[in-house]
Design a protein around this ligand. Structure first.
Ligand code: AMP
Length: 489
């Protein structure tokens, strides 16, 4: 017999909210995680966004905090008791929207803080008090520095999308945050993939955790029809996207590119081709990104072009298809990307474009998902396009500009740290960069650098001028050992 929400012993106001949201029965991750979190256990969850994992941790957290619920207007009566950290602004915002909905009929308060927008309204929200705080790591530390948040009463700490946080270089920030929390607390960690680095992180802060898993580890969604199309050149790929959208009558499709400039340019070109397209990436303002996402969810935009970081964790249900305009440099990203479609029993389509030099990237993906993907040739003509002199030339140039820009911003004011710079492809072997025609630009294979002290640590790990491989090889041992500093609880 399947589990019901009423089986968990959740308080009536929480159950009422769940019922109103139309949740009929718990998803598998909820059925597994909710009882464990209610018991106060540390949990390591292997689950992607789209599996219902937010409610899997948020409902039992609210239940555990119900003992503190009070209607007092005094901020002192509403200290932060649960801290949830997430890698991107969008994901943090989504978690907040869900938590606020689940807590609607309780007097527990929630708030969200993330970078890229004015900090003042967030300060006001912090001052008013909230039991559940959702945050991106950088902006949370800004609040800590400004003394607008106090984490000394946190009882439950959640790290969502942990793999992506490490990919984005948040490890030092995470360690700082953990050091600010009381030693005695409950910890929950969720990740879609489990590398050795993730395991080490888990070991460093989880106490006797129970693992819950919904999909086979590192397995790509099984109900997703995956196909790879070989096209003749980079220039032919845009026409190929338009053809795939039209041939498959795709009314809503997420298209992934490996670079921000690539995303913006592809969206503009698809629009010129008569498709209703827009792009979402880290260079857009938070408001623009949320507005674009809303328009896509409502069906006002048919083709949303996104980078991995921008698309990470987006809660877009029943997406019929994703297209990989570029094969990802990191095979784990392939799993994240295609996890956007074919959710909750629905079938989906994951179509990938490749050119000759992408063979290596495809091989890495096939190795990770443990299956061969069917490859077909797609005959499309490369358009003559004066806008686009050469992919190999202008992408690195744009990124050099990004490096300069981010270099200044991230080292100075912390205000941009809600999302560190985007294409930190976890320094993949140089072969990937070479394959992508980016071999000359160190931006693509240098480890993430944020503030000055972290940069110093990173430099030790990867001496300047080191290659992607060298940086990758040295990074896991040195910064992890130095920054995590053993078990906490
Ligand atoms: P998540 O993986 O937490 O991002 O959730 C993905 C989507 O599933 C969200 O839109 C949730 O509101 C929805 N959802 C979560 N749990 C359930 C459930 N038990 N039944 C139906 N929908 C759910």
């Amino acid at each position: 017999m399947s589990t019901l929400f009423t089986d968990f012993g959740l308080a009536e106001p929480i159950l009422r909210a769940v019922t109103e949201l139309g949740y009929k029965e718990p998803t598998p991750i909820q059925a597994q995680a909710i009882p464990l979190v209610l018991q106060g256990r540390d949990v390591m969850g292997a689950a992607q966004t789209g599996t219902g994992k937010t409610a899997g941790f948020a409902l039992p957290i609210l239940q555990r905090l119900m003992q503190h619920a009070n209607a007092s207007a005094s901020p002192a009566r509403h200290p932060v008791r649960s801290l949830i950290i997430a890698p991107t602004r969008e994901l943090a915002d989504q978690i907040y929207v869900n938590v606020a909905a689940y807590a609607r009929y309780t007097s527990l308060k929630s708030a969200v803080v993330f970078g890229g927008i004015d900090i003042k309204p967030q300060i006001a929200a912090m001052r008013a008090g909230c039991e559940v705080l959702i945050a991106t790591p950088g902006r949370l530390l800004d609040h800590v520095e400004q003394r607008t948040v106090n984490l000394s009463q946190v009882e439950i700490f959640v790290m969502d999308e942990a793999d992506r946080m490490l990919d984005m270089g948040f490890l030092p920030d995470i360690q700082r945050i953990i050091n600010l929390l009381p030693a005695k607390r409950q910890n929950l960690m969720f990740s879609a993939t489990f590398s050795n680095e993730i395991r080490r992180l888990a070991e460093s802060f989880l106490t006797d955790p129970i693992s819950v898993e919904v999909a086979r580890r590192n397995a790509a969604a099984e109900n997703v029809d995956q196909k790879v199309y070989r096209v003749d050149s980079t220039d032919a790929k845009r026409a190929a996207v338009a053809k795939l959208v039209r041939d498959n009558a795709l009314s809503q499709v997420l298209v992934f590119t490996n670079t921000k400039i690539g995303a913006g340019r592809l969206a503009r070109q698809l629009e010129k081709d008569g498709l209703n397209a827009n792009a979402i990436h880290g260079d857009k303002s938070q408001q623009e990104r949320l507005a674009t996402l809303e328009a896509f969810k409502k069906g006002e935009i048919a083709v949303l072009v996104a980078t991995d970081v921008a698309a990470r964790g987006l809660d877009i249900v029943e997406l019929p298809a994703v297209i990989n305009y570029d094969l990802p440099y990191s095979p784990e990203d392939y799993i994240h990307r295609i996890g956007r479609t074919g959710r909750a029993g629905a079938s989906g389509m994951a179509l990938s474009l490749m050119i000759g030099e992408d063979e290596r990237l495809l091989a890495e993906i096939e190795k990770l998902i443990k299956r061969k993907l069917p490859v077909e040739r797609l005959g499309v003509e490369a358009p003559r396009d004066r806008d686009r002199p050469s992919g190999e030339r202008d992408e690195p140039r744009e990124h050099r500009r990004s490096v300069e820009r981010f270099g200044r911003n991230e080292r100075g004011a912390h205000s941009d740290r809600g999302e560190p710079r985007e294409p930190r492809r976890g320094p993949r072997p140089a072969a990937s960069a070479v394959a992508a025609g980016l071999s000359n630009d160190p931006f693509f294979y240098k480890p993430y650098e944020s503030t000055a002290d972290e940069a110093a640590a990173a430099e030790e790990a990867a001496p300047s001028g080191g290659t992607a491989v060298a940086a990758r090889a040295k990074r896991p041992s040195r910064p992890l050992a130095a920054l995590l500093g053993g078990k906490k609880a």
